[in-house]
Design a protein around this ligand. Structure first.
Ligand code: ATP
Ligand code: MG
Length: 249
């Protein structure tokens, strides 16, 4: 089982769009996938229509996580389950801060799922908190959507600094460009500069796409209702690139 986190300190960069599409494409490829919507705003839960899971999960988790465990729902798609955003996730930080070795709690809890799932996708809120630290420890790979603008580039650098200061391995961070508008000079020049000097920058660029924007109307992944659109194909390419890397981890 591998854990893939979609994370950025910056809001509105495409974390949820990416988590939803990557989880869907992984499930389509036969990976038994669990998408966990860690953002209490619940955007990625909204994109999927969930129904209660019939699985019997037993009592494998630490007591404090029993509530979390009960939240696993089956999606409309084969191989894809979801833990929707939950009000209690607002208190995730408080919960973790009460625990010894709080940064390792999420990792431990997810380990209990390794027989049921091949891939866990974490859709993260745009914060640097106990929860994000727990995510950094739990993940095998962190993908970071970066809109090619100066501000987005800066927040990506802040993330790297945070990793450096906390002794976390920056080699697990894989940035990729999101909401790219090549007709914009700033996007073009930022892409060119970052392509020259950014380690582990993924090759795939996700374009700014009205089909991706329409995911809210369709309440499903773009890869489901417009797989052949530019946005749908870009996410397919991104999934291929990420899955190749995951296999090597
Ligand atoms: N490639 C894209 N092209 C056009 N619109 C996009 C694209 N990706 C995401 N969007 C839209 O931009 C908005 C923000 O995207 P999304 O919710 O995925 O970002 P986020 O990083 O998860 O935000 P937050 O930090 O609030 O959780 C949404 O309305 C979404 O539909
Ligand atoms: Mg989001």
């Amino acid at each position: 089982m591998k854990t893939l986190a979609c994370y950025s300190i910056k809001g509105g960069v495409g974390k949820t769009a990416s988590s939803v599409n990557l989880a869907y494409l992984a499930a389509q490829a036969g990976y038994r996938t669990l998408l966990i919507d860690l953002d209490s705003q619940g955007a990625s839960s909204f994109y999927f229509r969930v129904r209660p899971s019939k699985k019997n999960w037993g009592k494998r988790f630490f007591k404090t996580y029993e509530q979390l465990l009960k939240q696993i729902k089956a999606s409309d798609f084969e191989h894809l389950d979801i833990i929707p955003a939950h009000e209690s996730f607002r208190h995730f930080d408080a919960l973790l801060s009460d625990q010894g070795k709080r940064e390792l709690r999420l990792k431990r809890v997810l380990k209990g799922l390794k027989k049921e799932y091949d891939l866990i996708v974490l859709d993260c809120p745009p914060t640097l908190s106990y929860l994000s630290e727990a995510v950094f420890h739990a993940a095998n790979m962190i993908v970071v959507p970066v809109i090619p603008t100066t501000l987005s580039e800066r927040t990506y650098e802040q993330l790297q600094d945070f990793f450096g200061k906390h002794g976390l391995p920056t080699k697990m961070i894989y940035p990729f460009f999101s909401m790219v508008q090549r007709q914009k000079q700033l996007h073009k020049s930022t892409i060119e500069r970052m392509q020259d000097d950014t380690p582990r920058l993924l090759d795939t660029l996700i374009p700014f796409s009205t089909d991706i924007e329409k995911m809210g109307e369709h309440r499903s992944p773009v890869s489901c209702f417009a797989a052949r659109s530019a946005g749908g194909q870009a996410y397919e390419e991104l999934w291929q690139e990420i899955s190749r890397k995951l296999k090597k981890l």
